[in-house]
Design a protein around this ligand. Structure first.
Ligand code: GTP
Ligand code: ZN
Length: 301
């Protein structure tokens, strides 16, 4: 007999599974493979010897979606069964447009709703960050502003409805305010972290583990915090599909003379014409070129 559960933390081959009653236990995957991720709905069984608080994951329920990144050597999953991704950025440290673009492409490819929140709006550097986000707003990405630390009330008013009733993954570079956000929105955040760290025996709280936090368990509101934003490989994406995963480029690919235009040097390219007119930002086109090279290199290996 197996019981249902939700994976709320993953650390190597150790997982924490939460039962529908809210009890948490450490589980290990059956066999050698450990392909469970946070957000997975699983079927588990108590281990014979380990007592009540240990189990074996027998089966993973089919996933609605999976956000992952892939470099040349390995695939790393962020989380599964997401309703939304929030990319949290700031002007200090200034976010990288390349990382932001990679996150948006991965979300688009996985079919997951995504929005961008600019934190630390109180800092003078926010002005430049806002300017760098203008092309993203223009292409239809939802972009919000906040100051989680200095205007907690407004931040609560923003994140409350954004998160309500959903499973949201928060991604963002280090130092942007992810922990500050969790402390704002998650009741007893420290306790939830401590409980998980003890169970996983991982000691430190930061950056090594993906964690699920209940913002409001009865309402089904949850936040997932995940490391790994820095090295966002997109090797899973076929280079031909790349322009279609970038909404500002996608809007112009119908204007290209050649159906298989790469939008790099072909004559009669609608994308390049849009760049020249200023309808596509130069930085987005530059990032497209960099990703194009990166993904073409790998497919010729
Ligand atoms: N000025 C300003 N500082 C903020 C704001 N929100 C968070 N900070 C500060 O930014 C720093 C980093 O915040 P964290 O919440 O630790 O950032 P993080 O994204 O969790 O960083 P990692 O743990 O390294 O991934 C802290 O010193 C916060 O106090 C804000 O709205 N404005
Ligand atoms: Zn073209």
């Amino acid at each position: 007999m197996t019981a249902p559960g939700l994976v709320v933390a993953a650390h190597g081959r150790h997982f924490i599974v939460e039962t529908p009653e809210g009890t948490r236990l450490t589980c290990h995957p059956r066999g050698k493979k450990s392909d469970c991720v946070v957000g997975d709905r699983v079927r588990w069984q108590p281990t014979g010897s380990g007592g009540e608080d240990e189990g074996v994951i027998q089966k993973i329920d089919p996933r609605r979606n999976l956000l992952f990144r892939q470099d040349e050597w390995k695939t790393k999953s962020f989380a599964a069964n997401l309703d939304r991704i929030i990319v949290l950025v700031a002007g200090d440290p200034m976010f990288s447009e390349s990382q932001l673009t990679r996150a948006l492409i991965a979300a688009e490819d996985a079919g997951i709703d995504v929005c961008v929140v600019l934190n630390k709006a109180d800092l003078p550097q926010a002005a430049l960050a806002r300017e760098r986000l203008a092309p993203y707003r223009a292409m239809g990405v939802e972009v919000h502003d906040c100051s989680i630390k200095h205007d907690a009330e407004a931040a609560r008013a923003l994140f409350g409805p954004l998160l309500a009733g959903r499973t949201t993954l928060v991604l963002g570079p280090s130092g942007t305010g992810k922990s500050t956000l969790i402390n704002l929105m998650v009741p007893e955040a420290a306790a939830q972290v401590g409980e998980i760290s003890t169970a996983l025996n991982s000691g430190r709280h930061t950056t090594t583990t993906t964690r699920w936090y209940w913002v409001d368990r009865p309402a089904g509101t949850a936040l997932i915090d995940s490391p790994g934003f820095q090295e966002f490989g997109l090797q899973q994406i076929d280079v031909q599909r790349l322009p279609r995963l970038m909404p500002d480029l996608r809007a112009h690919i119908g204007d290209c003379r050649f159906y298989n235009c790469t939008h790099r040097q072909e004559p009669g390219c609608g994308v390049r014409a849009a760049v020249e007119r200023g309808d596509i930002s130069p930085s987005r086109y530059r990032i497209y070129g960099e990703l194009f090279d990166e993904l073409s290199r790998s497919s010729h290996r």
